[in-house]
Design a protein around this ligand. Structure first.
Ligand SMILES: CC(C)(COP(=O)(O)OP(=O)(O)OC[C@H]1O[C@@H](n2cnc3c(N)ncnc32)[C@H](O)[C@@H]1OP(=O)(O)O)[C@@H](O)C(=O)NCCC(=O)NCCS
Ligand SMILES: [Zn+2]
Length: 215
């Protein structure tokens, strides 16, 4: 077997395509994408036009990385994650399984950026964790240093500045909780009772101490 190339810079599209097929079997990578080795990419994942994975990224199975996406260096993405066009996932951001990142949403990793006082090393980064099943709408901005809870749903254009509870439905700038979202994505009905039932899939939930729990 031919050795893994140190870089794909300077290769023709045909050479790059052949390198990807040899190095990442079962992964569909468009020849216009740049994958900086080493990378770990799970089977069934697709990476589309003009996207760039910087070194030491780990991507799970069956992910869909859209067009013009930048990942890393050194980021971890779970299984079945969808990253829509024009998203950059910076070092310090972690995406668990089944996370959805809407088109042109923005992660950040430095809280107080300055060109004259560089803060571009790992110890200056404030980490962001997006937990399993959370969805982030189009054009959202996530200010770094927060955790987005499981199955949270962030409405289009929101600016998230604080931790988001599991299943919370968030909108606005700064993002505020306007309700709860079901596992299936449907906003749950607003009602005074503590038990909520999804009109779409009929899953049941209870609110305990400000947290939503599936029952
Ligand atoms: C937030 C969202 C999930 C809908 O929630 P909802 O509770 O069903 O919202 P409704 O359509 O019933 O609107 C209820 C209110 O919230 C407001 N609202 C809805 N979405 C909003 C948003 N993203 N930001 C701010 N306000 C929003 C509506 O204007 C309405 O306000 P009003 O009560 O003053 O009239 C949806 O609007 C949204 O933003 N989805 C994400 C879409 C997206 O980015 N997809 C990416 C893949 S293409
Ligand atoms: Zn549901």
């Amino acid at each position: 077997m031919a050795p893994v190339a140190d870089t794909v810079e300077g290769m023709t599209n045909i050479e790059r395509k052949a390198t990807y097929e040899r190095t990442y079997p079962g992964v569909k990578i468009h020849e216009s994408a740049y994958i900086d080795p080493p990378a770990t990419i799970g089977e069934g994942t697709q990476i589309w036009h003009f996207s760039h994975l910087l070194k030491n990224c780990t991507i799970g199975n069956n992910c869909r990385i859209g067009q013009n996406v930048v990942l890393g260096p050194e980021i971890t993405v779970g299984n079945n994650v969808k990253i829509q066009n024009n998203v950059s996932v910076y070092t310090g951001v972690t995406l668990e399984d089944d996370v959805f990142c809407g088109p042109s949403m923005v992660f950040t990793n430095v809280t107080t950026p300055r060109c004259a006082v560089p803060r571009n090393t790992a110890d200056a980064f404030a980490p962001t964790l997006v937990k399993r099943g959370a969805s982030i709408g189009a054009n959202v901005t996530i200010v770094c240093g927060v955790t987005i809870g499981q199955y949270a749903l962030i409405g289009a254009g929101a600016v998230v500045t604080k931790n988001v509870p599991d299943y919370a439905l968030m909108v606005g700038n700064p993002a505020r909780q306007k309700g709860w979202a079901c596992y299936c994505g449907e906003p749950l009905p607003k009602q005074e009772a503590t038990e909520l039932v999804c009109s779409e899939c009929e899953r049941h939930y209870m609110v305990y101490g400000g947290q939503l729990k599936a029952i």
